[in-house]
Write a protein that binds this ligand. Structure first.
Ligand code: FES
Ligand SMILES: [Fe+2]
Length: 411
């Protein structure tokens, strides 16, 4: 069914059973993919990059998402701004090829030129009543949070978009001591994934698959096998660990995580849990892979998962952060990018080693890329029918139920 008509989408949503995976077209249909972009992706705060990607005035990058190209540029006043890569003359793309520094933003078509703050400074041969101040670049909503740049494609007055501050206020206690604004990018890797974005998100939000599919990850994260064997014993371990660290001022509480209960517009959450007895960080042997981050004072052996809506997740260990950005590309393709941050003054080769730092998430994400691709191939089959989620896929079920509500609400 392409393009998706509202009636058909309505029928499909109506057919969906709770606790079951989605009907095939939600994972395969280009028309529904377009609706996903309009109804969901364009109304979320989306992580783009760490501020250190454009450190100097004139440094620039572009990010393609939901059919848009967004320019991120640092102005002469050192502020980071985002603009739609759309010329105000006749609509051409302005930045058309890879480029990391500009003096001005000049359209290659007829050379209208904007300054780094988005003000039109040159347009040749225009009528006398043309006023350059009436033609700034289209600004894109932007927020810098803990050194991370977020954008939102929706108009300023779209009240279906959550105020970013309400996410920040809830998540601050879990992230602020890591001081990510002063961190540096130690590694960055791309994982092109041959699956619909929802299959990638569903996979990321459950660990039912961890024991069979991720031997390395499972060897590091005790919760995987603890949860399979004895949930009660696991709860006691977590409670004892939390009691020790809360006393020392470390936040170990969870907030809204598996229920994703905070705000229907962009569910967000955080949780911290112990990694494994004797493990200080998420490394192969549990030994640190970099210096403690920010204002942290000790190794609590914990890992924090933070959720910023469906497309951005952070894992925080004591000595590094791993950022997971999902970019839907087309109905059966998603770009996953993982960025590793360490303390800003850490030196490669002395304080950290890229292979040790990236081992767990690199191996795990490569495995995920494979299983998501296999998942998509099976879902493409004539015989695919929705299947039933397990009790260990609660965050995935919550995501799918949320997705259906968001798509249905806007019909
Ligand atoms: S379309 Fe950009 S200057 Fe004409
Ligand atoms: Fe996985």
């Amino acid at each position: 069914m392409s393009p998706a008509s509202p009636v058909t989408l309505c029928d499909l949503l109506g057919r969906q059973q709770p606790g079951m995976t989605l009907e095939q077209p939600f994972y395969t249909d280009p028309g529904i993919f377009e609706e996903d972009l309009n109804r969901i992706v364009a109304r979320q705060w989306l992580y783009v990059d760490h501020v250190s990607a454009i450190p100097q005035p004139g440094d620039v990058l572009t990010y393609e998402i939901a059919g848009e190209s967004i320019i991120l540029v640092r102005g002469r006043d050192r502020e980071v701004r985002a603009f739609f890569n759309v010329c105000r003359h006749r609509g051409s793309r302005i930045i058309t090829k890879a480029c990391d520094h500009v003096r001005t933003l000049t359209c290659p078509y007829h050379a209208w030129t904007w300054d780094l703050e988005g003000k039109l400074v040159k347009a040749r041969s225009m009528a006398d009543d043309f006023r350059t101040e009436d033609w700034p670049l289209h600004a894109c909503r932007t927020r810098i949070y803990q050194g991370l740049v977020f954008i939102c494609l929706a108009e300023e007055d779209d009240d279906d978009v959550i105020e970013f501050d309400s996410i920040a206020d809830r998540l601050d206690p879990y992230i602020e001591n890591h001081c990510l604004g002063a961190a540096k990018v130690a590694a960055r890797k791309a994982y092109p994934t041959a699956g619909n974005w929802k299959l990638a998100v569903e996979n990321f939000r459950e660990c039912y698959h961890c024991a069979p599919a991720h031997p390395g990850y499972t060897s590091v994260n005790a919760y995987v096998l603890d949860g399979e064997r004895d949930q009660q014993a696991r709860s006691e371990t977590v409670a004892a660990w939390a009691a020790t660290w809360e006393e020392r001022g470390v936040v170990t509480r969870s907030t809204g995580v598996w229920g994703d209960s905070y705000d229907e517009r962009q569910p967000h959450a955080a949780m911290r849990q112990p990694i494994k007895e004797g493990y200080r960080t998420l490394s192969r042997d549990g030994r640190p892979v970099a210096p403690l981050m920010g204002r942290l004072i000790d190794w609590d052996g914990g890992e924090t998962l933070m959720v910023f809506g469906p497309l951005f997740y952070i894992y925080l260990a004591g000595d590094h952060a791993a950022l997971f950005r999902f970019t839907p590309v087309h109905a059966t393709h998603t770009d996953v990018e993982v960025t590793w941050l360490v303390n800003g003054d850490a030196r490669e080769g002395e304080d950290y080693d890229e292979e040790r730092l990236t081992w767990m998430w690199d191996v795990t994400t490569i495995e995920d890329t494979r299983i998501i691709g296999d998942n998509q191939l099976g879902v493409n089959s004539r015989r695919y029918r929705p299947g039933r989620y397990s009790t260990r896929e609660r965050a995935t079920t919550n995501f799918v139920e949320w997705y259906k509500r968001r798509m249905g609400d806007q019909l």
